[in-house]
Ligand binder design. Structure first.
Ligand SMILES: CC(C)(COP(=O)(O)OP(=O)(O)OC[C@H]1O[C@@H](n2cnc3c(N)ncnc32)[C@H](O)[C@@H]1OP(=O)(O)O)[C@@H](O)C(=O)NCCC(=O)NCCS
Length: 311
C-alpha cells in the first residue's frame, strides 16, 4: 500500500479538538493557541451565514497528521481556507495538497475565488504571517497570489485613559457615551448595523454584548427626536485571551467629533481592568488614528493571498 492509500481524510468533529490542538500548537510557533481559542476558530463560533464551516482532518493509520479549515458563506462567491497545518514528520508528502483538494471539491460551483485566513467575523489573522514560510510556500505552490499587506497594531496598557473630560465635552454637545446594555440595546443595535456597517459587525457586537460586563461601548445622540447610535467600539469579540480590540465604527455624519478616540479608550480601559498588559488592534485600517489616540505601534504584518478558481 502506498503512503497516499493509508491516508484518510474526514470532516472533524468537535471531539477531535484534542487531536487537532497538539498539531496546531506544534505548527503555529508564532501564536499561543489554547484549546478554547482553537475551538472558537474551528467549531464554536461559526458565522451566522456559514454554509460550510468545516475542518478536514487527515489521519494515517488512525493517527492525526494534518488539518485544514474550510468556510463558505451563503450567497458568497468566495471560499476561505482557514487554519491549516501538517505534522512536521508528515510534511512534503502531499498531505496539505490533498486537504485542499478535499476542501475545494466540497465547495459549491458558484465559488469562483479562494482566500487564505482573513475570515471576517471570526478570524485568527487578517492574512498569512510571512514568517510562516512553509505556509506561504505551500499556498503559492497551489496558485494563490499575494495581494495587499495588512497589519495588527499593539497597544501597551501601561495606564488607564481618562475619558471624563472628553465625555463631558461630548455630553455638552448632546452626545451620550455609555456601555451597551445587553437587556435593552438589542433593537437599537439592530437598527444601527442595518443602516451602517452590516451583519458581520452586528455579529461581533452580539459576541461583545454577551460578555460581563458588556464589552461594547456606544455613542448616542437624538436624531429627529429619536435616540440613535452614531458610533460604537467593542473588544474581545474573538481571540479574547489575546486581548483583541474591535471592531469600531463611527457613522460618516458623526466623524471628526472625537467619538472614536473616547470609545477606543473605554475598551482599552476594560482590557486593562481584565488584566491585559497590551491589546492587539487587528486588521487596521487607520494606523495614524490609533498611533495618535493610544500610542499603538505596528506589531505584525500579514500578506493577503487569493486565487481565482477556474472550474
Ligand atoms: C504549510 C504546511 C501545511 C504544508 O503541508 P505539507 O503537507 O507539507 O504540504 P504538501 O506536501 O501538500 O506540499 C504541496 C506543495 O507545496 C509546496 N511546499 C509545501 N511546503 C513547502 C516548504 N516547506 N518549502 C517549499 N515549498 C513547500 C511544494 O511545492 C509542495 O509540493 P512538492 O513537495 O511536490 O514540491 C506545513 O508545512 C505546515 O504545517 N506548516 C506550518 C503551519 C503553517 O504555516 N500554516 C499556515 C498558517 S495557518
Amino acid at each position: 500500500m502506498s503512503q497516499r492509500d493509508e491516508i484518510r481524510i474526514r470532516i472533524a468533529a468537535r471531539a477531535d479538538l484534542s487531536a487537532i490542538a497538539p498539531l496546531a500548537r506544534a505548527a503555529f510557533t508564532l501564536d499561543a493557541f489554547s484549546d478554547a481559542l482553537l475551538a472558537e476558530k474551528l467549531f464554536d463560533a461559526p458565522l451566522p451565514d456559514a454554509e460550510l464551516w468545516q475542518t478536514y482532518l487527515a489521519e494515517r493509520d488512525g493517527r492525526p497528521i494534518g488539518f485544514m479549515q474550510s468556510v463558505v458563506r451563503r450567497g458568497n462567491p468566495k471560499g476561505w481556507v482557514g487554519l491549516f497545518a501538517v505534522d512536521a514528520g508528515a510534511r512534503r508528502q502531499g498531505i496539505a495538497r490533498r486537504l485542499f483538494e478535499n476542501t475545494r471539491a466540497a465547495w459549491p460551483s458558484r465559488i469562483t475565488s479562494a482566500e487564505i485566513l482573513a475570515l471576517p467575523g471570526n478570524y485568527f489573522a487578517p492574512g498569512l504571517d510571512p514568517r510562516y514560510t512553509s505556509g506561504l510556500s505551500f499556498v503559492e505552490a497551489l496558485g494563490f497570489t499575494r495581494g495587499r499587506d495588512c497589519v495588527n497594531l499593539s497597544c501597551k496598557l501601561w495606564r488607564e485613559f481618562d475619558t471624563a473630560a472628553e465625555e463631558s465635552r461630548l455630553a455638552a454637545a448632546g452626545i451620550e457615551i455609555r456601555r451597551a446594555d445587553c437587556r435593552s440595546d438589542g433593537p437599537l443595535l439592530d437598527a444601527f448595523f442595518a443602516s451602517d456597517f452590516g451583519a458581520d459587525w452586528r455579529f461581533e457586537a452580539e459576541q461583545a454584548l454577551r460578555q460581563s460586563p458588556e464589552a461594547l461601548h456606544l455613542a448616542l445622540r437624538p436624531i429627529d427626536g429619536t435616540t440613535r447610535i452614531v458610533a460604537f467600539s467593542a473588544h474581545g469579540t474573538q481571540n479574547r485571551e489575546w486581548g483583541f480590540f474591535g471592531p469600531m465604527g463611527t457613522t460618516p455624519a458623526a466623524r471628526g467629533l472625537g467619538l472614536g478616540r473616547v470609545l477606543l479608550w473605554r475598551c482599552l480601559n476594560d482590557m486593562r481592568a481584565a488584566g491585559h498588559a497590551s491589546s492587539v488592534i487587528p486588521w487596521v485600517g487607520p494606523i495614524r488614528f490609533y498611533h495618535d489616540a493610544c500610542g499603538a505601534v505596528v506589531e505584525r504584518v500579514f500578506w493577503r493571498y487569493q486565487m481565482d478558481l477556474v472550474r
